[in-house]
Design a protein around this ligand. Sequence first.
Ligand SMILES: Nc1ncnc2c1ncn2[C@@H]1O[C@H](COP(=O)(O)OP(=O)(O)OP(=O)(O)O)[C@@H](O)[C@H]1O
Ligand SMILES: [Mg+2]
Length: 261
Amino acid sequence: MEERSRALITVRDLRKSFDDEEVLAGVSIEISEGDLVSVIGPSGCGKSTFLRCLNGLEILDSGTITIDGVTISRGSPEEKPSRAFMEATHELRKEVGIVFQGFNLFPHKTVLENVMLAPVVVQGARPERAEAEALHLLGKVGLEGYAHRYPVTLSGGQAQRAAIARALAMSPKVMLYDEPTSALDPELVGEVLQVMKDLDGEGMTQVIVTHEMRFAREASDYVVFMDRGEIVEVADGDEMFTAPRNERTRDFLRHLVGVLP
Ligand SMILES: Nc1ncnc2c1ncn2[C@@H]1O[C@H](COP(=O)(O)OP(=O)(O)OP(=O)(O)O)[C@@H](O)[C@H]1O
Ligand SMILES: [Mg+2]
């Protein structure tokens, strides 16, 4: 019998409100090691907030998140985050790399310096060691030869690949991407998606919020459809895009995305 990969990410009843608006209304999911998961859903449904909670950029109101044995848990928004909670959040951030839509490279540093920075400053890596690792990672994302360039001289696709290399430099257990290709010209989208496919081939666990429905369908192990702060449906790509079970999923794919007749 084929051995099932263990759950690397477990989320239980995750809730988050801003002011009076409940943005995550009880999200639960298990993601196995090595999975590539695409998250789709209408604007404002909570996709970015979900990712931000997963790496501790946003503090959950209640629920439990476990990533590779590190757990953050909170009973209610009234519960003051304990010291242990904050320490676990800090731990989580180290395990989880995140890449956003805009390229958040430091403009006054070279590509190499961008990739080396966190290992040296946060992890205390020796500069020679960090440089060797950074050059290796730049090779992996197809940017050998670009190490000494400044971000402003890169194309959008190159900058986004540099941002991925920078996130990988912290040796994360999980990579999260929030619409990583939305700001790119169409001809540059493929080179960024290819990096995610390559990482998938190496067994990286990845969660991608995306509008690239074709990538979601073809490259992901499964697709998550979110709506109004909930996970409405989880299905493999073919099922999600040809025969979704939930009426809300069908509505979204039909009216907003136009992939269903
Ligand atoms: N820091 C914040 N303060 C107040 N409201 C917020 C904050 N962040 C998000 N929201 C609100 O939470 C809701 C969900 O936002 P979120 O960014 O998670 O949606 P999304 O699914 O990523 O949308 P999009 O597809 O447009 O990126 C929105 O109504 C948004 O206005
Ligand atoms: Mg968003």
